[in-house]
Design a protein around this ligand. Structure first.
Ligand code: NDP
Length: 275
């Protein structure tokens, strides 16, 4: 077993390298079953957001999953329409009521809303100082957003959660974040289950280790020092996506996956989003 299953964030908090994404899972029973299957398979981290509309079900799943709150790492995010200082503080309380939690593990600014994200960050800094959240971070921040934020920030974001997969390897952002002590977390690591899962190179690399293309991608995330949060509601896939700590890609395999980069997104560009 490779024991590197946690990353230590810049404030000393341990965050699991693997988490379960729950975007688009709107049926409570499906969500609760997925979280239970994930916990059984060894996941200890769940990634939700106010806009996903499933924080209450995530809370219910946590309470009924059989492992203690202290063993779990829960992330949520403040949605764009709630950004600003006071509105973010209110949005946080709404999320916490839905989740049924006293303390959140990680709270993120979901997108860099122009003219607002610095006030939003001040609210996150207050929540952090007040002990309501163990770590604070951002999502969908390019290098220039981080540079701008850091000009005024008292707390350096612990995490930047961004779209990242073999078609969008985010090398410059990863280097910048590493220099600043910001952990990069990969959203849509499987490119939303599309073309990469049938890609011959990824299938071949996976097969060389008795694994699938999806497992090769998630292992590539781990070996790049990323946090990764694949979403699945299918028990066999939930389990397979966690079976990534018992093999190691070679440097050549890592480099050949890196070379698939096309700077191509499945989601919006953080410089040009309209929601
Ligand atoms: P993923 O890249 O995780 O892909 C999910 C899709 O892949 C689902 O359709 C799933 O199907 C399928 N899948 C999962 N595992 C396998 C497998 N082993 N083999 C074949 N198919 C598989 O996409 P997401 O966009 O959901 O990203 C993951 C998480 O990242 C989200 O759920 C969310 O938590 C977060 N996110 C954050 C964003 C942000 O702005 N901060 C934006 C987008 C995502 P099925 O469920 O049917 O098994």
């Amino acid at each position: 077993m490779i024991s590197n299953t946690f990353t230590i964030l810049n404030n000393g908090v341990e965050m699991p390298r693997l988490g379960l994404g729950v975007w688009k899972v709107t049926d409570d029973k499906v969500l609760i079953d997925a979280v239970h299957a994930a916990v059984k398979a060894g996941y200890r981290s769940i990634d939700t957001a106010a806009i996903y509309g499933n924080e209450a079900a995530v809370g219910e799943a946590i309470r009924t999953c059989g492992v203690g709150r202290g063993e779990l790492f829960v992330t949520s995010k403040v949605w764009n329409s709630e950004q600003g200082y006071d509105s973010t503080l209110r949005a946080f309380e709404t999320s916490m009521d839905k989740l049924g939690l006293e303390v959140l593990d990680l709270y993120l600014i979901h997108w860099p809303v122009k003219g607002k994200y610095k006030d939003t960050w001040r609210a996150l800094e207050k929540l952090y100082a007040d002990g309501r959240v163990r770590a604070i971070g951002v999502s969908n921040f390019h290098v220039h957003h981080l540079e701008d934020l850091l000009q005024d920030a008292k707390v350096v974001p612990a995490v930047d959660q961004v779209e990242l997969h073999p078609r969008l390897t985010q090398q410059p952002l990863r280097e910048y974040a590493q220099a600043k002590g910001i952990q990069i977390e990969a959203w849509s690591p499987l490119m939303q289950g599309g073309e990469l899962l049938d890609h011959p190179l990824l299938a071949k690399i996976g097969a060389a280790h008795g694994k699938s293309a999806a497992q090769a991608i998630l292992r590539w995330d781990i070996q790049h020092g990323l946090v990764t949060i694949p979403k699945s509601v299918t028990p066999s896939r939930i389990e397979a996506n966690a079976a990534i700590f018992d093999f190691e890609l070679t440097p050549e395999e890592m480099a050949s996956i890196d070379a698939l980069n096309e700077n191509r997104r499945v989601g919006a560009d953080p410089d040009n989003f309209n929601f």
